[in-house]
Design a protein around this ligand. Sequence first.
Ligand code: ADP
Ligand code: SR1
Ligand code: MG
Ligand code: MG
Ligand code: MG
Length: 389
Amino acid sequence: MAEMNNVDILLKSLQCHTDIEELSFLKDPVEVEETGDGNLNNVYRVLKKDESGLIHKSVIVKQALSYIKCLGEKYPLGVERIGIEYKALRKFHEYSPGSVPEVYFYDPNSSIVCMEDLLGYEVLRKRLIQRKFDLDIAKTIATHIAVVHRKSHIGSIGEEKLKELDAEFENSNMLSLTEQYIFTRPFTRGDPTNRCCEGVQDRLDMVYNDQEVMAAVQNFKKLFLKKKEALVHGDLHTGSLMVKGRDVRMIDIEFAYVGPCAFDIGLLLANYIFSYYHHMSIPEDHDERRKFAQLMIDACHTTGQTYLSYMTSFVGDRETYEKNLISEIAGFTGCEIIRRIIGTAHVEDLENVPYAEEDALGAGIRLLNAYQRIHTIDMLMVIALMLIF
Ligand code: ADP
Ligand code: SR1
Ligand code: MG
Ligand code: MG
Ligand code: MG
């Protein structure tokens, strides 16, 4: 059960919005459960049960804290991000209806956003660990994000409109969080927020002594900060996707900003690759796990194919666009892989699975060494996973 004081604040805020149909049940007594499992925010389910004890009505309340939750109060973080998440939920819905939960209201005083409860949906990362996935899901995810990118792309809306979008989604706190925790601290030897398992500890020189890797990270940090291409999700890993059957929703859009499209796709591919190493590293159910690992390779191909089919129709020189995009995707994939292993924010797929982090680290290093000559998803996967035919 959540802390009383805070719950009172949340409920007070909710009481002001019972005119919204989906929130009218809040006039009656309700229960509050904490359901957040992320690195940054508190997430609550506010619910009313029926006579048989089943949830009858519910909503999700996400509350921004003024510090980085997973690191503690000594690491401040502005709460304005929750306002960005509210705007992004509305914008993503406008561009791609049904791709995100419906959002009900935003209260800047209590730093909360209230949205549809995706009850019955499961976080994709958990499903991948349980081997519950098929390529239609990969296709839907790639389509959701492609539609958002396409509808906000400089190539389709022009420079002036993109500037307006850039101002609307000015998200400097979160940009500097990503700049720090993806592109800087993990690549700084001895940074106090870094952590890694013993096996990786022995391999850290492979990152820090590799001049190409270190130069590539600088290049991708710059690209992340400077390239204004489209409205991007900004944290599109498999913990930011919820799935029920074939239905998929993107959640956790507090990092949204106008940036490079390849950043979203790079994060997504890196997280499919984590699942690949997860299953390849577990000896039990060997054949089934190998099959599932192959499905993760296919998911990366499907993502690339589906995404490109939405994007290449309006970009002019298709070949050049595609080559550049995939090279950028390779670089961002490499950065995400490495930071999840030696930075502060790890992933459940790899942690505590013997050799998974050591092996996946190699994939990140190879991608950052080779990104300039990676122009197809096929090449990206061959280099990342050292596939030999
Ligand atoms: P954080 O920014 O802290 O990572 P998230 O937005 O990712 O927070 O939410 C954390 C968790 O809360 C999710 O992994 C999911 O389990 C749950 N959650 C978030 N939004 C919803 C929603 N709309 N419906 C159901 N569960 C949700
Ligand atoms: C301190 S880094 C925390 C991480 O969690 C968020 O979900 C983002 O991925 C961020 O990089
Ligand atoms: Mg999250
Ligand atoms: Mg090298
Ligand atoms: Mg988040």
